[in-house]
Design a protein around this ligand. Structure first.
Ligand code: LIP
Length: 295
């Protein structure tokens, strides 16, 4: 575990943006990678043969495991040690106010249902943001997504590109919507899923195919490396989205919501800009952001 060189000194900022300077952002990226990789090793090495559900959240099929909690506790401890003045927001309840203007936004296991069943698509997602701890007002500076089962690690820093295991990434530029392999996901509430299934009937006939892999963070990173052409999902939490959206954007993806809104819980759409524009129109026409209870 590297000790972040910026922890002791006040975080150097760029005069033009008041955001941390490029060297600081690069160091934050390296720290995010270290954190995600260490927590990923805990999740991988500590997975029992039979994983039990410790609790449920938004519905009976929205599980929490002891490993979700253990991974988040490890991340909280490491962040407090490396950057004691930063805040932290975690899926399993961490809500630490900071004084530095930076907040770490973590998903200790993104794809918890896959972890529960042993389906090999789950990740630790770690991002660091500047500004208020509000997704509508923060700026994502750096992030890392570590695929627990196979060890792939995607990272990005604002204005500094995206990589997978050090290899630079660029999104695909498909010529038409009908050629696009599209990633998506579904919520935990039956009413929300019913509406998402309705929307899917508008999308599926117009694209190459759909992939529902179970981790938004990995989906967005697969988009960044060209293993998906497009991605859309309604209902993402800030910790699902923060690191993966930066990896996708730094690989050249447009990342947006519907009706001129930014990407967020109402809708996230990502991919090459011309195809994103087509998918956004299709989702708007289908009322994909319309009323539907639950998450
Ligand atoms: C998951 C997301 C996924 C979504 C799942 C779930 P979690 O996050 O990454 O894209 O479809 O329903 O929300 O709950 O495993 O951290």
């Amino acid at each position: 575990m590297s000790t972040d060189p910026t922890a002791a000194a006040a975080t150097p900022t760029s005069p033009s943006t008041d955001l941390p300077d490029d060297a600081t952002v690069a160091a934050l990226r390296a720290l995010a990678e270290d954190l995600a990789t260490e927590a990923g090793a805990l999740v991988r090495d500590g997975r029992p043969d039979r994983v039990e559900v410790a609790a449920t959240k938004s519905s009976a099929v929205d599980p929490v495991t002891e490993m979700d909690r253990a991974s988040e506790e490890l991340l909280r401890e490491r962040i407090a040690a490396a950057r004691p003045d930063d805040g932290m927001l975690g899926e399993e309840g961490s809500d630490v106010a900071g004084t530095s203007g930076l907040t770490w936004v973590v998903d200790p296991i993104d794809g918890t249902v896959n972890y529960l069943y042993g389906v090999a698509s789950y990740a630790v997602s770690v991002a660091v943001v500047a500004g208020p701890p509000d997704p509508a007002r923060w700026t994502v500076l750096a992030g890392a997504v570590h695929s627990v089962v196979d060890g792939r690690t995607w990272t990005a820093a604002r204005g500094q590109g995206a990589t997978r295991d050090g290899r630079p990434l660029r999104v695909n530029q498909p010529a038409e919507l009908g050629a696009c392999l599209v990633g998506t996901g579904f919520g935990y509430a039956a009413s929300r899923r019913a509406d998402q299934a309705r929307v899917l009937t508008h999308v599926l006939p117009r694209v190459r195919d759909i992939r529902r892999l179970g981790s938004a963070a990995i989906d967005l990173c697969l988009l960044a490396e060209g293993s998906l052409d497009l991605y859309y999902e309604r209902g993402l939490n800030p910790w699902d989205l923060a690191a993966g959206a930066l990896v996708a954007a730094e690989a050249g993806a447009a990342v947006t919501g519907l009706r001129g809104e930014p990407a967020g819980s109402t809708m996230t759409v990502a991919g090459a800009a011309p195809r994103v524009a087509e998918l956004v129109r299709l989702l708007e026409e289908a009322g994909a952001d319309g009323p539907a209870e639950g998450r």
